[in-house]
Design a protein around this ligand. Structure first.
Ligand code: SF4
Ligand code: SF4
Ligand code: FES
Length: 266
């Protein structure tokens, strides 16, 4: 998953000072952190992810978007004198002195197999695919662990009631990091249940966007095939020219009112 740099390359990095800032702010101190039990001294201004890279780790797994969206970098840590296990996204959480940390980039929770076309957004769809939802004992450990501050226990309660809309809405910000499942004494795969809820809600409950339906019909009827073929034949320079010279919407145009002069592809 991760590989350490040599001591030489680490020293070089100390001088260059990588991180969220190319140059560290004046007076930045090095603080000790413990990665999988080993001490590293890292600049206090870095996120955990950058601090680990600074310390010499290279990410092959456990890092994706670096923007708090993909859920790949979930990290557990404990601070000195605190019994509590803390959870954070490594790309968003700034290091603290003497934190002990490790990453859990993947948690092997049960994921049911289904064809969404064969479901119908009935509560039974959830109950049959994830009967373990009824094992929830409402301990709230999942909510406490969630780095996105999602009310996980509440969306599981919605799933138990078969309230698909509530399940989808409460879990909307889930980034599938999996840490809730790792803390669940009932071994419930909360985030997979939530994803099923959002899929059912999107496909069967949410009103369809008519303009999107129209556009999909146009695409499938072949309206854009000729244009796409033409674009595929262009080289990079021609594509760049086309992009640079495209007709742009003026900054001050009224929202939803502007139309290009060439309406061929509208
Ligand atoms: S609900 Fe679970 S999987 Fe989703 S972000 Fe929160 S802890 Fe991660
Ligand atoms: S951690 Fe598990 S048992 Fe506890 S509230 Fe969450 S889903 Fe229920
Ligand atoms: S790298 Fe994607 S959430 Fe941290």
């Amino acid at each position: 998953m991760m590989k350490e740099d040599t001591p030489e390359s680490k020293d070089k990095k100390m001088a260059i000072a990588t991180g969220d800032r190319a140059i560290l702010p004046e007076g930045t101190k090095a603080i000790p952190i413990y990665i999988m039990g080993k001490r590293y001294d890292v600049p206090e201004t870095l996120t955990i992810l950058k601090a680990m890279e600074y310390a010499g780790f290279k990410f092959i797994r456990g890092c994706g978007c670096r923007g708090g969206i993909c859920g790949a970098c979930v990290t557990v840590y404990r601070k000195p004198g605190d019994y509590k296990i803390q959870v954070g996204l490594a790309c968003q959480t700034v290091v603290e002195p003497n934190m002990y940390l490790t990453q859990i980039p993947f948690f092997p929770a049960n994921r049911a197999s289904y064809d969404i076309e064969e479901l119908s957004a009935k509560p039974e769809d959830i109950f049959k695919l994830y009967p373990e939802v009824f094992r929830c004992v409402a301990c709230n450990a999942c909510t406490k662990a969630c780095p996105m501050d999602i009310k996980v226990m509440d969306y599981i309660a919605a799933a138990k009631k078969g309230d698909i809309e509530q399940l989808a809405k409460l879990s909307f910000d889930c980034i599938q990091c999996g840490i809730c499942a790792s803390r669940c004494m009932a071994e419930i795969p909360q985030y997979h249940i939530a994803q099923l809820g959002r899929r059912l809600y999107g496909k069967y409950i949410l009103p369809k966007a008519q303009h999107l339906k129209k556009r999909v019909e146009e695409i499938t009827s072949g309206k854009y095939d000729k244009m796409l073929e033409m674009l595929k034949k262009m080289d990079k320079k021609q594509l760049e020219k086309l992009y640079v010279e495209r007709e742009r919407e003026p900054d001050d145009s009224e929202p939803g009112k502007w139309l290009p002069k060439d309406k061929t592809y509208l």
